[in-house]
Ligand binder design. Sequence first.
Ligand SMILES: Cc1cc2nc3c(=O)[nH]c(=O)nc-3n(C[C@H](O)[C@H](O)[C@H](O)COP(=O)(O)OP(=O)(O)OC[C@H]3O[C@@H](n4cnc5c(N)ncnc54)[C@H](O)[C@@H]3O)c2cc1C
Length: 510
Amino acid sequence: MNSVPAYPGIHLQTQPCNGSKHRPLRSTRGGPSHVGIIGAGLAGLRCADALLQKGVRVTILEARDRIGGRICQGDIGGASVDLGPNWIHGTANNPIVNISKQTSTVTRSWESPQTVIDSSGQPLDAVTTARLSDFMWTTIDKALEYSQNHAATIPPDLSLFDYFREEVEKTAFTQPEKEACLELSKLWGSYIANLFVASTYKNILHSVAKPALQGAEVHLSDPVVSVEAALRKPDAAHHVTVHTASGQRYMFDEVVATFPLGWLKQNKSAFSPALPARLSKAIDNISYGHLEKIYVRFPDAFWHTESRECQRNSDNGADEADRSTSVPVFTQFLNPTYTDHPPTPFWNQECVSLAALPESCAHPTLLFYLYGSCASQIVHQLSSIPPTSKEYHEILNDFLHPFYSRMPGYSPASASCKPVGFLATKWQLDPWSGNGSYSNFQVGLEEGDRDIEIMREGIGIERGVWFAGEHTAPFVALGTTLGAYWSGELIAEKVYEMLSGKEGQKQGEL
Ligand SMILES: Cc1cc2nc3c(=O)[nH]c(=O)nc-3n(C[C@H](O)[C@H](O)[C@H](O)COP(=O)(O)OP(=O)(O)OC[C@H]3O[C@@H](n4cnc5c(N)ncnc54)[C@H](O)[C@@H]3O)c2cc1C
């Protein structure tokens, strides 16, 4: 799958907010309509822009002291890096790609050399890696096509891994190659056409946020604690009341709630009256991921430059000629038996070399992605340890050393191969990201598509509370920045229809 269709049915105006061609809509309570948006992440900001363009008054309530939600940056050795997203998924007809171009954001395409380290810690040779990689790209495409065409008949407990197992058995690979394929399939996200956002998501965020910051009232550092929304009554004024932690009370005509799915799971009692049972079940059904990242910085990108010292002291057994030609951008470590780890089914790792980014953004840093219980273990080990402490450095180095020391060019004696900085995310400890990363469909889910649709419908028509965010996105973009952006647009359209009376008319016609 390497293209994302344009989102159907969205035709927003592009006038600046203060030059809106729309007449202000009247609230059922008198005065101009007023929409409250909870959350200043990509979905909330995009929604605000779309409503402002239609002349609607907008107030944004945000828990953090900044905008952007899961889009934010940290610093490693003077380089700015994304703590949340750093890929743009799907490149065709993708508004995030367009914004990246308009904002001179530097991106890097995915066509890059790849290295695979097998379970004994040895690199696979280039020919085998290329064969396995071809198989992965082809099989992912087939799997996605199969799942689109047979969605209704695929048993819920059939996983992508099962599909791979069947496909790999049809190949002429050797047994170790088949096993390597199955381990690679656990990291299947790497085999989707993506762009790496080399200069970070910062300019993209600022571009999306600009109209909202200019045209909406934005309240930071004041989490919403409750949302009261009774049923609409025909021909009666309607409002939604929102309470914040500081004791503020706001009354809006409509509310768009972009709480992350993880927050909703833990705070369903914030809504009164209670959410309908089917919506509550949908929130429970869709799972919420635990992706974390660790950046590790070195004095030099030893894995790119075959320094004399590294060559002389090399102890990783790799052939010199092989190493001098291999410049890994993306490295995957399969089922590592060379490091102690808890008996969990998944300890595979993958990392991207930021030294391979375009020159203006390159720095000698490896970015590791951590998943599942592995991510949870590291985050909890680090939970109360200051990032500047020796202990923080030691915990992360103990964890990563078995991996980076398998990179080509590594030498234990070389100063170039000793980390000078670490930066680890802790999304699982962050209540405002819902203690996790983004929504996903887990194996065994029976009505995932319907669950997403139900969250997308929210209780807007009945009670004036509409949900947006990556977890309500069009299916093709669930869990992504693109999905969050689209969901904000989509919900703005629906809210506007309600405010302008069209939705009410539709209901009356039913
Ligand atoms: C580690 C990581 C890596 C990722 N990688 C990628 C990637 O490479 N590519 C990609 O496309 N996507 C990626 N994502 C997902 C992407 O970041 C999200 O899909 C997207 O940013 C979600 O936007 P949103 O507006 O839906 O939610 P958010 O950005 O979470 O916005 C919700 C807002 O609501 C606020 N909020 C929460 N609770 C309250 C409250 N009680 N009161 C008021 N405000 C509240 C939050 O502070 C936040 O600002 C990644 C996410 C993570 C965490």
